[in-house]
Design a protein around this ligand. Sequence first.
Ligand code: NAD
Ligand code: MLT
Length: 309
Amino acid sequence: MAKVLVSDPIDQVGIDILSQVAQVDVKTKLPPEELIKIIPEYDALMLRSETKVTKEVVEAGTNLKIIGRAGVGVDNIDVPAATRQGIVVVNSPEGNTIAAAEHALAMMLSLSRHIPDANLSIKENKWDRKRFIGTEVYKKTLGVVGLGKIGSHVASVGKALGMKLLAYDPFISKERADQLGCTLVDLDLLFSEADYITLHIPKTQETAHLINREALAKMKPTVRIINCARGGVIDEDALAEFLAAGKIGGAALDVFEQEPLGESKLRELTNIILTPHLGASTAEAQVNVAIDVAEQIRDVLLGLPARSA
Ligand code: NAD
Ligand code: MLT
């Protein structure tokens, strides 16, 4: 019987699907050397974002036929190394779209109304109403960087909230942007005009540190930046510097250059909301991605064709 290793927590529905065709071992939080030691036993590996499938892991996986990422980003997998070895890499491109978009919107509204700090304050037995005067998003400008699946949903809800929409995405047509009520602009214009900037781009060579000192200097002093996409598209040192100096209004981050977030200046700031990579963490999204990816692994183990990431 084939063997599947599940190395990050995934919904039980996925385990049930895999169990139809394979022995499934769930072993999470494996140190890298332990993963390398046991991976030769397995025909398939299923993971989320915590497991790092390095070249060494791939090369040790001499029996691997498929690696399944229960989510969108495959940036924690060395895909070229897997491809060289004939291992298919699959993901779930749409299973957590709504979850991630709703998290970004929740971050935007929480920033605007100081909800995390107000919650903390009342739990400390205070009744401080003056400190938490917020701002409305109605009639404000939302700049969406990356108008793909998640960015589009954020834009649609932003429209419904009465926001003016600007978008930057070099791969999206004007027709698609028009459909969403977005004006496509260049990045500099988006930086200078937006009251809120929300990032929905993959991390690539082009997007690494897209938000750096130079970009931050072009923004309004009241701008609020939301990143529920990928760590590393923002230069965290530059962001911390601008926040500490009051040169920008606030930020909300779900993703970080290093995860888990270690010692960081970001933790010391007040005008920032931090969540531990929770964008896809809804019950619905976890069921969607588990089914989506487990079915693809099952099919490959049955000798059926795969849909690669
Ligand atoms: P998608 O592929 O549908 O959209 C990404 C968009 O970015 C595309 O439209 C693409 O044209 C655009 N893009 C690429 N390079 C760009 C550049 N240099 N400048 C501007 N736009 C550029 O992807 P998606 O499903 O919307 O996911 C977006 C991001 O969110 C991914 O990085 C994904 O990994 C991440 N994500 C995070 C969470 C989370 O838990 N926080 C959950 C789901 C997805
Ligand atoms: C993703 O790319 O899908 C996200 O990082 C969500 C996750 O699986 O943690």
